[in-house]
Design a protein around this ligand. Structure first.
Ligand SMILES: Cc1cc2nc3c(=O)[nH]c(=O)nc-3n(C[C@H](O)[C@H](O)[C@H](O)COP(=O)(O)O)c2cc1C
Length: 389
């Protein structure tokens, strides 16, 4: 069980609410030993070359979890912490003949650590070819997508469709494990139906087939991302397996992340949509768990509250834009900057206006200038937004 402090300042903020106070030394020195993390389940994976000591992971998201967002998020990882960042789902049909880095989806930054490419796959020959190709990304592990609910995935018997055929899903995991020099994980949903007993037996099958850990997004296929994720299923699954279980779904704030860890006993949290607005969640959560600030932010505390968070937004966006500019062709960089703003602006006061202005930017430099000007006056960032999609 992870023991944590709260996501509030141990030291009251300075009189000026826009001023970042300095971190008290007690919070900056305790590290993971004080928090019960890494859990014993992660420690067992160290023997297989996987060293995870921080319980927050970036979710795979099509059009979002490319090198630019991964870098923005990783820049807020507490100093010396190691966790994982997932790529968006990659087609195992295309990968074997694709040149790595020919598309933004397969590009990676040379300094990236803890990279987990996610495969959408169901045939051994394509899996083998994909894994061969992915060596160029120096992955920490490989993830198999058993959660994608779109019609195409259902039609081709991949994504969440695999949850409807446990025997076939088992073969997919076994084939991947056979060909993979890295640990293999599975990201799944509750399933096609709301049947917790089936979910438990399916998870046990994944473990028996060789999955190193599982990530559970507890919604059924037809829910997409609507409604509330059923966090109670996380504890249910964790009790039934002995591999790490990462929980996913509806985390918007540091408090949400700590609540999921505490209430479900899961071995880590995976965050998707909220990282597009608040990539510094890793810093906030790290601070609450006693980790030091990220590299380059020594002596500072994580942005907290509407004003400080809005002030951080253009800085995070700047890291995103710089990386996109460095790695992607100009049109691809603009497209992804628009998409991340489309999501992230939902948490911003006047977010729709911000998104409209960014959408008009013709270069990453112009977008950066728009963001700088927009945030020149004090803005606010909402703690939560209604997540309807
Ligand atoms: C735009 C978008 C694309 C996504 N693409 C993927 C994907 O490629 N693979 C996957 O396993 N899940 C994908 N997801 C689902 C997320 O990984 C995550 O399970 C879901 O958003 C719930 O987590 P959250 O509430 O933290 O966002 C996607 C979600 C979004 C919003």
């Amino acid at each position: 069980m992870i023991v944590s402090r709260k996501c509030v300042r141990a030291n009251p903020a300075s009189a000026d609410p826009l001023e970042s106070p300095t971190a008290p030394p007690s919070l900056a020195t305790q590290g993971s030993a004080a928090t019960g993390f890494p859990t014993e389940r992660w420690q067992r994976l160290a023997g297989r070359g996987l060293h995870i000591d921080f319980p927050v992971f970036l979710a795979p998201m099509v059009g979002l979890s490319h090198a630019a967002l991964r870098r923005a998020v990783s820049s807020y990882l507490p100093r010396s912490a190691s966790s994982l960042v997932f790529t968006e789902m990659l087609s195992s049909r295309r990968l074997p003949t694709e040149l790595l880095g020919a598309s933004p989806e397969t590009m990676h930054h040379p300094l990236e650590r803890g990279l987990v490419p996610q495969l959408i796959a169901n045939e051994e020959r394509f899996i083998a070819g994909s894994l061969q190709r992915l060596r160029g990304m120096a992955p920490a592990a490989i993830d198999i997508n058993m959660g994608c609910p779109v019609t195409k995935a259902l039609k081709h018997n991949w994504g969440v469709a695999l949850m409807g055929d446990a025997k076939y899903a088992e073969e997919v995991v076994r084939a991947t494990v056979r060909h993979s020099p890295w640990p293999v994980s599975v990201k799944l949903r509750t399933g096609l139906d709301d049947d917790p007993a089936y979910l438990v037996s399916f998870s046990q099958m994944l473990e028996a087939a060789g999955a190193a850990w599982i990530t559970l997004h507890p919604r059924i296929a037809s829910e997409g991302r609507r409604g509330r994720a059923r966090w109670d299923y996380l504890g249910l699954v964790r009790d039934a397996v002995s591999i790490p279980v990462i929980g996913n779904g509806d985390i918007q704030t540091c408090e949400d992340a700590l609540a999921m860890l505490r209430r479900t006993g899961c071995d880590g949290v995976m965050i998707g949509r909220a990282t597009t607005a608040r990539p510094w969640l890793l810093w906030q959560i790290g601070e609450a768990l006693g980790w030091p600030p990220p590299v380059g932010r020594e002596g500072q505390m994580a942005p907290l509250g509407p004003l400080e968070e809005a002030r951080e937004y253009p800085k995070a966006f700047g890291i995103f834009l710089d990386t996109a500019n460095q790695l992607f062709p100009p049109e691809a960089a603009l497209k992804r900057a628009r998409f991340v703003t489309h999501w992230g602006s939902r948490w911003l006061e006047f977010g729709h206006e911000f998104w409209k202005r960014i959408a008009r930017g013709q270069s990453t430099a112009e977008m950066q200038a728009i963001a700088t000007e927009f945030f020149d006056v004090p803005m606010r960032m909402w703690e939560r937004t209604e997540l309807r999609s």
